[in-house]
Design a protein around this ligand. Structure first.
Ligand code: NDP
Ligand code: PMR
Length: 388
């Protein structure tokens, strides 16, 4: 684990406990890159870390032009799972604008660093920080490390996911919860709940929490009707902790494990969580809560566990038959819009794009928009991550 490889090399400024109400372990995996501020209009603080790549930059919270006129400072966006696919493409698209400093929150530190470099992201436009969503301790450590790095938080993107379509048996997170729901939903749920207070503190004009959803969790579409269909049932499995050992590893309580369904169920949880955040916090905080279906990015690492034949046929099938295919670069631009476009500030929306790549507010399926289910998922999730 990156945390075991890197902690002694770290030198992140420590802050008082005022920033965090949550008890966390004093371990952080923070590594910086580059040291050059690029845009005159963005005040950028430079911070030196005694890590293998020694220097990182982070945006300051105040800005003013030489004539004293206020200008928009560089925003800070945290993207989970930015080491490949959609997350990496969005990180690149945002960093390239010069308007965003991207915190790549990744489980494999070296992979993320290499991916950023290979993608041509400029030194100083991003920071890689360790986050393993399969461990609630790691989530809390990430929050602690992020706070000690003294960057503002303007936008959080919950993007990381795993998909285990061929798994016949469940695997489990460090906390003993079925892996797909543990990583895709519960890890993000804790992360978003903890970082909400940081989003609230931000002085950025449009603060956002984006949770990536998917068409395959929506059975009001053809794609969402491909078996196995998402179905959370009465949530009895989630209530039982998804431990598998003493009960079910599936949210609906089904005794038999289905990796593809577990993924789709987790996506329903993602979309329900976004809406519940909206209902609970939008009015009081002004934060925009949104989800999206970025299109079918059939070439990403998400399908790494699928059978080879699927991986060969899936991209042409999506390109030429369903015509739902999008490139990683295009999907990255879409997610970047949800992060920063002034026209996409509406809260509670599940964004999609039409064939001309124009965004529109999409309809969620009945289950993925059921407020009662969203409330129950929220309350059960709180218990499972130790917030209630
Ligand atoms: P990728 O596999 O390319 O990216 C997933 C990312 O999540 C990787 O960076 C991966 O890290 C990271 N990740 C996995 N497990 C963990 C963990 N335990 N802790 C931290 N990070 C983790 O897939 P995509 O880019 O396709 O998926 C991104 C999002 O897009 C997901 O939410 C997915 O549900 C959604 N989506 C994808 C679609 C598609 O067609 N591909 C369609 C609709 C939605 P690592 O690099 O180390 O493996
Ligand atoms: Mg699907 C318009 C039709 C459409 C779209 C947009 C998708 C997207 N898919 C469509 C149709 C079909 N798919 C049809 C008709 C079939 C039966 C042949 C089909 C099959 C299929 C499989 C086996 N599709 C898949 C799989 C997967 O394993 C992928 C999945 O469910 O991953 C969870 C998948 C997907 N199809 C999509 C998208 C976006 C996916 C990946 C999804 C995701 O991350 O949610």
């Amino acid at each position: 684990m990156a945390l075991q490889l890197l902690p002694s090399t770290l030198s992140v400024p420590k802050k008082g406990s005022s920033l965090g109400a949550v008890a966390v372990k004093d371990t952080a995996a923070f590594l910086g890159v580059s040291n050059k501020a690029t845009k005159k209009t963005h005040a950028v603080r430079t911070q030196v870390a005694t890590a293998p790549t020694p220097v990182s930059t982070s945006p300051g919270s105040t800005t003013s032009s030489p004539v004293g006129k206020k200008t928009l400072r560089q925003g800070v966006v945290v993207i989970t799972g930015a080491s490949s696919g959609l997350g990496l493409a969005a990180a690149k698209a945002l960093a390239e604008t010069g308007k965003w400093h991207v915190v790549m929150a990744c489980r494999d530190f070296l992979k993320a660093s290499k991916a950023a470099k290979a993608a041509g992201m400029a030194d100083g436009s991003y920071t890689v920080m360790h986050l393993d969503l399969a461990s609630l301790d790691s989530v809390r450590q990430f929050v602690d490390a992020f706070r000690r790095a003294e960057m503002p938080l303007d936008v959080l993107v919950c993007n990381a996911a795993i998909y285990r379509p061929t798994a016949r048996k469940p695997t489990f997170t460090a906390d003993g919860v079925e892996m797909s729901v543990g990583v895709n939903h519960l890890g993000h749920f804790l992360l978003a709940r903890l970082l909400l207070e940081d989003l609230q503190k931000s002085d950025y004009p449009s603060r956002r929490l984006v949770i990536v959803g998917s068409i395959t969790g929506n059975d009001n579409t053809l794609a969402g009707n491909v078996p196995p269909k998402a179905n959370l049932g009465d949530l009895r499995g989630l209530a039982g902790g998804l431990t598998g050992a003493s009960g079910s590893a599936m949210i609906d309580g089904d005794e038999s494990f289905d990796g593809a369904k577990a993924y789709k169920d987790s996506k329903v949880c993602n979309m329900l969580t976004m809406q519940e955040f909206h209902r609970r916090y939008h009015e009081d905080t002004g934060i925009t809560f949104s989800s999206l279906y970025p299109g079918c990015i059939a070439t990403t690492g998400l399908f790494r566990e699928h059978i080879p034949l699927f991986r060969t046929l899936f991209p042409p099938f999506q390109k030429f038959v369903t015509k739902g295919f999008v490139s990683e670069a295009e999907s990255g631009k879409r997610l970047a819009q949800v992060v920063g476009e002034p026209s996409l500030t509406k809260s509670g929306v599940y964004w999609s794009w039409n064939k001309d790549s124009a965004s529109f507010e999409n309809q969620l399926s009945q289950e993925a928009s059921d407020p009662e289910k969203a409330r129950k998922v929220w309350e059960l999730s709180e218990k499972l991550v130790g917030l209630a």
